[in-house]
Design a protein around this ligand. Structure first.
Ligand SMILES: *[C@@H]1O[C@H](CO)[C@@H](O)[C@H](O)[C@H]1NC(C)=O
Ligand SMILES: *[C@@H]1O[C@H](CO)[C@@H](O)[C@H](O)[C@H]1NC(C)=O
Ligand SMILES: *[C@@H]1O[C@H](CO)[C@@H](O)[C@H](O)[C@H]1NC(C)=O
Ligand SMILES: *[C@@H]1O[C@H](CO)[C@@H](O)[C@H](O)[C@H]1NC(C)=O
Length: 616
């Protein structure tokens, strides 16, 4: 009896150990499902003794890792269940049989994660983890057929909406007869441009993306070609999905509108028999096709400056003509022959209300006035010319530039010393884009090759800054040598660069001391006035300014000196102010300001006599 009780317990303990070992050894189970379906996550535990419900605690949670709960999904304690995620359920009668499996209804992409079931029947704890992988299958929209006019091009769009996870690849395949080619590989010949946007998030946690291919009619065979939007995504049973569009070429001579025109022409001929006139008309409008220029834009487009884009249209009658402008914005480059995922989603914006047209007879200039910001760099503009049911599109990409707002050379030490190290730092700030190239030249043309560059760094406004540093040991003969920091940037008009100069000057630059002025010009007795003196263009920064009244120093509380400010020429300037409320005795007094600077040959003074003209 006693020994059989022992054996029973030993077996139970062994079972528990085996079970625990088994549970630990078992890798986390992975369950992959589609959003919108229901799922059961299994969790079985050992309940051979049919422990009552009130002793069982169950906790289902989504985990950060195996031990840390991100949030709870379902808990069972004190004989009652608590639903933390709506539509989750653990069957209570199942618990008595050791089944704490969790049922989730209508799974969404937000339910994805590592799930852990923890069952506590003191003193035992059971843990089971499963990885739930939720995928959302996108809806793909691509028309079944499309046409392209002979000699023109056509852009096909494949919109892929509502997928999860974000990782998705789009390729265009072209089936021409029995041959299948990849759109992106057929560089230049088949697809001038394949572009896939960046996946954009939707409010429900899924993503959408668009991909387009631009096709020239000349590359499409007479029987048409099949363009296949090929998607690779986890949500498809074999990981991929294709949708195709049949593109056919339409002969412009036989479209409906032209036929109608021809028919009415024939009637005109019959009724009026003005064969000659009609021939001229026909020749003019049918044998000499209209010409539409490429979009004309300034060589450099500056951010926040009014800019005009122009499209010149010839040989179209004004009442048959309609010109529309569109902006396509992309956050990153969309280069030809590229179909990578890192592209921005394209958005078309009708800009036609910012355009105007100037016509002379059958020739027209359509002008779009825009003002671009750097965030619109690489935006595409389309000029769409519509006439007689035909549509011709011209496209251009704008590159936005910002010229550096600040460039300057600073030196360490401020005054170079012979046989000592001199560090020159050329700072260039707030330019766009980052294609700044910088070089150092000594005197005229000799290049300094030891520069260290820092940057370009970008700031929160997407502007760039860059520094470049050179170090040299000043020699006696370097006095008056000129160092040039030459900046090349795409925002500079010809010759494409700007120079910042630094003159080696071991002597410093003495200030230019202006004359003392009084504000107001003729102060009344007891009226507060300020004497001011401007001290300009000195280096180094240290300067001493002292005020005297009739040879006596004035109290410092009456004096205010502005801190020296650095000018673009690398020299400093400052103001000194003396505040007073003149009493009648002050009239006729002599105010003197003494300026002392290390680079001066002799100290400088300025004198001001408070005018007593006004005192009667
Ligand atoms: C469970 O019930 C007991 C007694 O009924 C109570 O003392 C305890 O606080 C309850 N625990 C929770 C978490 O509700
Ligand atoms: C465990 O419970 C789940 C949900 O309540 C149920 O679907 C499943 O069939 C049960 N499994 C067993 C082996 O009883
Ligand atoms: C499932 O969830 C989605 C999104 O929360 C909701 O739109 C849909 O109506 C739900 N379906 C059912 C059957 O509850
Ligand atoms: C398709 O075939 C036609 C002739 O059959 C050829 O002219 C054209 O270049 C081909 N296009 C592509 C995309 O291969």
């Amino acid at each position: 009896m006693n020994s059989s009780w022992d054996i029973k317990h030993v077996i139970t303990i062994m079972l528990i150990i085996l079970h625990c070992k088994g549970a630990n050894a078992e890798s986390t189970k992975k369950i992959a499902i589609l959003a919108g379906t229901d799922v059961t996550l299994n969790c079985f535990f050992n309940n051979p003794e049919h422990v009552p419900l009130k002793k069982i605690t169950v906790e289902w949670g989504i985990m950060v890792d195996k031990e840390t709960i991100k949030h709870l999904v379902y808990t069972f304690q004190n004989e009652s269940g608590k639903v933390h995620r709506e539509g989750s359920q653990v069957d209570q009668t199942g618990l008595l049989q050791g089944n704490a499996s969790l049922h989730l209804f209508n799974v969404t992409v937000a339910d994805e994660g590592l799930y852990r079931c923890r069952v506590i029947i003191t003193p035992n704890i059971y843990k089971v983890s499963s990885q739930l992988e939720v995928s959302a299958r996108p809806s793909v929209s691509l028309p079944e057929t499309a046409t392209v006019m002979e000699g023109e091009e056509r852009t096909l769009m494949c919109d892929i909406m509502g997928f999860y996870p974000e990782n998705l690849a789009v390729t265009w395949l072209i089936q021409n007869g029995s041959r299948v080619a990849r759109g992106s590989m057929a560089r230049g010949t088949v697809s001038r441009d394949v572009c896939t946007g960046m996946a954009v998030p939707n409010p429900d946690g899924t993503y959408s993306v668009s991909s387009r291919i631009t096709v020239q009619a000349t590359t499409v065979g007479s029987g048409g070609a099949m363009y296949i939007c090929h998607i690779e995504h986890r949500s498809y049973p074999d990981g991929k999905y294709s949708k195709s569009i049949l593109l056919t070429v339409q002969d412009p001579g036989f479209n409906a509108v032209t036929l109608m025109v021809v028919t009415s022409l024939v009637s005109v001929l019959l009724v009026f028999s003005v064969i000659g006139g009609a021939m001229v008309f026909y020749r003019y409008f049918f044998t000499v096709p209209p010409s539409i220029s490429d979009i004309i834009k300034p060589t450099i487009i500056y951010a926040m400056k009014p800019t005009n884009l122009k499209c010149i249209i010839k040989r179209v009658r004004v009442r048959e003509l309609k010109v529309k402008w569109y902006k396509i914005t992309a956050n990153t480059d969309c280069t030809a022959a590229s179909n990578s995922q890192s592209m921005a989603l394209l958005s078309h914006k009708d800009m036609s209300d910012q355009a105007n047209i100037h016509s002379e007879g059958v020739d027209h200039v359509s002008t779009l006035s825009i003002c671009l910001s750097v965030s619109e760099d690489q935006a595409k503009y389309l000029c769409v010319v519509l006439y007689r049911g035909r549509k011709i599109t011209r496209e251009t990409t704008v590159s936005v530039k910002v010229t550096p707002s600040f460039f300057h050379i600073s030196s360490m030490p401020q005054i170079p010393e012979v046989e000592r190290l001199l560090v020159l730092c050329c700072r260039v700030e707030k330019f766009y884009p980052d294609d700044l190239h910088l070089e150092w030249l000594r005197n005229d043309g000799e290049q300094v090759r030891t520069a260290t560059n820092y940057g370009p760094f970008s700031d929160h406004e997407r502007m760039y800054s860059m520094w470049s540093k050179i170090e040299l040991t000043v020699a006696q003969e370097d006095e008056r040598a000129v160092y040039t920091c030459r900046l090349y940037h795409s925002s500079f008009p010809g010759p494409g660069y700007k120079d910042v100069l630094y003159h080696i000057n071991t002597q410093g630059t003495p200030p230019s001391v202006m004359f003392i002025k009084c504000e107001p010009l003729l102060p009344l007795p007891d009226e507060e006035c300020t004497l001011n003196l401007c001290i300009k263009d000195f280096c180094p920064e240290q300067v001493s300014v002292t005020w005297f009244k009739d040879g006596q120093g004035v109290p410092t509380r009456q004096v205010f000196n502005s801190p020296p400010s650095l000018n673009i020429n690398g020299l400093y300037s400052m103001w000194s102010f003396l505040k007073l409320s003149p009493t009648t005795e002050d009239y006729g007094s002599e105010f003197r300001c003494r300026v002392v600077h290390i680079a001066q040959k002799e100290l400088e003074e300025r004198v001001f006599t408070l005018s007593d003209l006004i005192v009667t």
